[in-house]
Design a protein around this ligand. Structure first.
Ligand code: NDP
Ligand code: MG
Length: 384
């Protein structure tokens, strides 16, 4: 039996993690759940899975407490308590399904307490990949990828020596605006950007997928997860989202991992690793996909991808700045304060403004995140 804490259980990844656990109650047990504000769903989940703890960071604490305390569930309030549940002695795996920078400190806390991490929250590695991965090594902790591309790479690397890797290809669907010009993107509405062709996900990652920032964040995530040089990471658009990513080895051989787009598969593998366990997920039918196609991403139109690759190549605190500005800009776009193409502008201006640090400490990352947010807010205030 593996004991699991899910940070962000009410989100897209959190809910799918619980679906997987529900199918394998003999293997996984839920010890703790958390939500930011969705108190009703958190209570429903807790009634069903009976964790020992739930945390609501920013919502109706008294409602959750009244509903769950009589069941013997400890109800905690506030973001600090994400650290409490990430470090419980009885927890084996922490699933990090929070959005954005909020995942960083709980993930670090979990690693310091020797918990394996099922990592969905890619922003943690984007912001402070160097610190997080070296801490994981020090504590002999596994960071198991939930992101489908990284799970694909992880699976392609099973049984291979890391020194045999020449490069990796991350596949990208291209999002809802593939093939469009900048002119066409000028007046994109939030509803159009939230309509992803292949995946149903939380709103932040859906916008990141529409700008292609998501693929840039994933390149940075891959750099740290698989200890690669930036030059070993390539991106290829594959609109069908059947090949989830590929590894090319030093003899020229390429391995790909494929299947229908379904996040429950990488989630299940992250929980069951080093074993594979059966699933009833729909199987791939070759005859339904007579052609799988590939094309280069258009970084002139999708500037966010270019900016993220610049941050990947430069390193230091630049990915942290990029991430902070992007979080602020995506929220501003969702709030109707800026246009779709403004997202890249806000990110670029902020990257040019914040002072470069080559090997920041954790405190410097926190400060850098704060300053980058402040600066991007000020640009947005001028625009709106
Ligand atoms: P959602 O927005 O659907 O869910 C986020 C979860 O975290 C919710 O439980 C939410 O609570 C909680 N939360 C959000 N912000 C905070 C905060 N500041 N403090 C505490 N809790 C918070 O996101 P997704 O599930 O789509 O994504 C989660 C992570 O996984 C992201 O990093 C994303 O990039 C990554 N990912 C997601 C994929 C997907 O298919 N969805 C695929 C690959 C990676 P509440 O519901 O109460 O708001
Ligand atoms: Mg992905």
């Amino acid at each position: 039996m593996k004991n699991i804490a899910i940070l962000g259980s009410t989100g897209s990844i959190g809910r799918q993690t619980l679906e997987v656990i529900d199918q394998h109650k003999d293997k996984f047990s839920v010890v703790a759940l958390s939500a930011r504000s969705n108190a009703e769903l958190l209570v429903d989940q807790a009634r069903h899975f009976r964790p020992q703890y739930v945390v609501i960071t920013n919502g109706n604490y008294s409602y959750v407490k009244q509903a769950l305390q009589p069941l013997g569930i400890e109800v905690l309030e506030g973001a600090d308590n994400l650290l409490t549940i990430a470090s419980l002695p009885q927890v084996d795996i922490v699933v990090t399904a929070l959005v954005g920078f909020s995942g960083l400190l709980p993930t670090i806390e979990a690693i310091k307490h020797n918990k394996n991490i099922a990592l969905a929250n890619k922003e943690t590695l984007v912001v402070a990949g160097e610190i997080v991965t070296s801490l994981a090594k020090e504590h002999n902790v596994k960071i198991l990828p939930v992101d489908s591309e990284h799970s694909a790479i992880f699976q392609c690397l099973m049984g291979e020596d890391p020194s045999w890797v020449e490069k990796i290809y991350l596949t990208a669907s291209g999002g809802p605006f593939r093939g469009m010009t900048r002119e066409q993107l000028k007046n994109i509405k939030k509803e159009q950007a939230l309509n992803h062709p292949n995946w149903s996900m939380g709103s932040k990652i859906t916008i990141d997928s529409a700008t292609l920032m998501n693929k840039g964040l994933e390149a940075i995530e891959a750099r740290w997860l698989f200890d690669l040089r930036p030059g070993q990471i390539d991106i290829i658009v594959h609109p069908q989202s059947i090949i989830h990513s590929l590894v090319q080895f030093i003899d020229g051989s390429i391995k790909a991992q494929m299947g229908l787009p379904d996040m429950r598969l990488p989630i299940q593998l992250a929980l069951s690793y080093p074993e594979r366990i059966p699933s009833s997920f729909q199987r791939f039918d070759f005859a339904s996909y007579p052609s799988l196609t590939f094309e280069k991403p258009d970084t002139d139109v999708f500037r966010c991808l270019d900016l993220a690759l610049e941050a990947l190549n430069t390193g230091g605190n630049l990915p942290c700045v990029l991430n902070a500005a992007n979080e602020v800009a995506v929220q501003a776009f969702l709030d109707g304060k800026i246009g779709f193409l403004d997202i890249a502008e806000v990110v670029e201006d902020t990257m040019n403004k914040i002072e470069f640090i080559s090997h920041p400490s954790l405190e410097q990352y926190l400060e850098c995140d704060r300053r980058a947010r402040e600066y991007s807010q000020s640009i947005i205030a001028k625009k709106s």
